[in-house]
Ligand binder design. Sequence first.
Ligand SMILES: [Mn+2]
Length: 304
Amino acid sequence: MKRAYEIIGAPFGFAANKSGSRTAPDYLRENGLNIKIRQRTNEFWGSDIEDFGNVEVDSQINELYKSEKTLEAVKLYCEKLNDCVYNSYVRGKTPIIIGGDHSISVGTVSAASRYLKETNSKSNLGLIWVDAHADLNNLENGNIHGKSVAISLGYVYQDMFKLSNLTDVIDTKNIMYIGIRDLMPNEYVTIQNKNISLYGMDKIDKSGIREVIKEIVSKLEETTDGIFLSFDIDACDGGVYRGCATPEVGGLTAREAIQIIDYVSQSKKFMGADIVEYSPEDDTNGNTNQLVIKLIDTLVGYRM
Ligand SMILES: [Mn+2]
């Protein structure tokens, strides 16, 4: 069956040390995305892609941030985003969410899990997390965008999140990390203790990205009911793609990133994706802009 895609902007950037990603959804629309969507939805390509618009940061969320209640701001925003993404599923769409910093994935991943739970009676969500970082920090201090997976698992801030539908939405055995190359000691310990699957750059160099992504998708297709992809742009080589808060040298090439998305998005169990952390103000040469447009286009229809 032909997929119907819905683009959702998530301009929330309060959980990072720099908030440049908040401008990404609108910037991308103006700089390549709208043109791309028009091309793909014309008579020739006939893709079904709609732009939902943004889930806005409202005045209440702004106020929380201003009064230094960043965690409350993240929670409130992610609850809003969760509802929006969940409703996208109800309408039969495949949501593609454009961040924003990586904390927005607390909203997107929980929405995919919530929809699975309602349609399958339980949630057994597979999560492919492409990132330079594991976002698994379970300490109370530090930037919140480095803790999204920890929040989704219920490993941090339980006082704040336990009564929401944002936490405890995924099982460690269903998480597949790709491209991680900057771990904190406590994240390393969690990955070891919980035996979480991690495909670092060494593995990609050794086996090639096609083998790696094939292995990941076939595992998740066997053991889960749906696959969500969370793609942090800092997974890509920070020596080339500088347009994010924390560029890390030695990451994925553009071709590797395209291959990952091309393969995952063709799975029958693919449930949508978020692309996060693009920061236009840090993208001085426009390289990262071009990459992000290519990645979104790969999600919604571009095929080699
Ligand atoms: Mn991240």
